[in-house]
Design a binder for this molecule. Sequence first.
Ligand code: AMP
Ligand code: MG
Length: 325
Amino acid sequence: MISLGVEATAHTFGLGIVSKKEIFVNVKDSYTTEKGGIIPMDAARHHENISDALIKKALSDFEKVGKNKIDLVTYSRGPGIGPCLHVAKNTAKEVAESLGVPFIGVNHCVAHLSVGSLVTNVKDPVLLYASGANTQIIAYEGGKYRVFGETLDQGIGNFLDSFARHIGLGFPGGPKIEALASNSKRYIEIPYSVKGMDISLAGMLTNLKNKFDSGNYKVEDLAYSLQETAFSMLMEVSERAMAHCGKKELLLGGGVACNSRLKEMAEVMCKDRNAKCFIPPNSLLVDNGAMIAYQGILEYESGRREKKVEIKPYERTDDVKVTWK
Ligand code: AMP
Ligand code: MG
């Protein structure tokens, strides 16, 4: 079975074509800004404007690898920005109708987790899902994907992007913060906030903004301290979830997991506790169509059929009925 996936929960419009074993196509085009954050309607317009051209490209790339038969179309139904999700759904519907194949919607966060098994031999991991709007520690326990810890306020990526915006950098800010941080080794004390299994970032953000505004700190030192502190918090809750569930595998997902320092910390933490760390390539960590396509195959093969074509902007990971395990 071959599935074409449409991802459009936020800034990225992505298309992937995959089988259960192989990725044939994974293309995307992302909405970015010079200054300021995501404006929902602008992001949706970006996706709408690019969709026809990107579909053409995906299908022609698919032909170039000697393939032409698509059996299923899958779209990201949520969680995400409403207007963007509509583009995902409408694109999927259009493509599915023109190909004469069925289409279904899947949960974006669960797709981030599942795609790990397409490219690594991960079996039963704790997923550290660190992306723009979402930051969750997820594991499969008792027939469901359960959220063991999460951010109490904003996603780690949004936090990075907000600080970047405050210091005059555009979206996405994460890679720019990473570049700044690589020029410093000077740690400045900032609030470390882990509450039980959850993390909180709002206080750290205010503290960083105040420090920056005071003019008394080098921005490289702030970026370095931010990464060391925020990523340590993620490691603490991930490790605790692994200990609690007795799981020996950590899987990374989400755009912030592209960060080299975060990857390094995850490797070290896993090594220390004799666990394995699985890190998919960056193209599958960020929002992408391949993971949506793959999730579609898992669900379709387990009997899922679309009864009602809908988007679910607020669907939580633990709301998803797992039929494919
Ligand atoms: P996603 O929503 O999963 O596609 O991830 C997007 C988020 O990842 C944005 O907030 C980016 O700033 C962040 N991001 C991308 N690359 C990096 C990086 N190298 N370091 C930190 N954050 C990053
Ligand atoms: Mg994501």
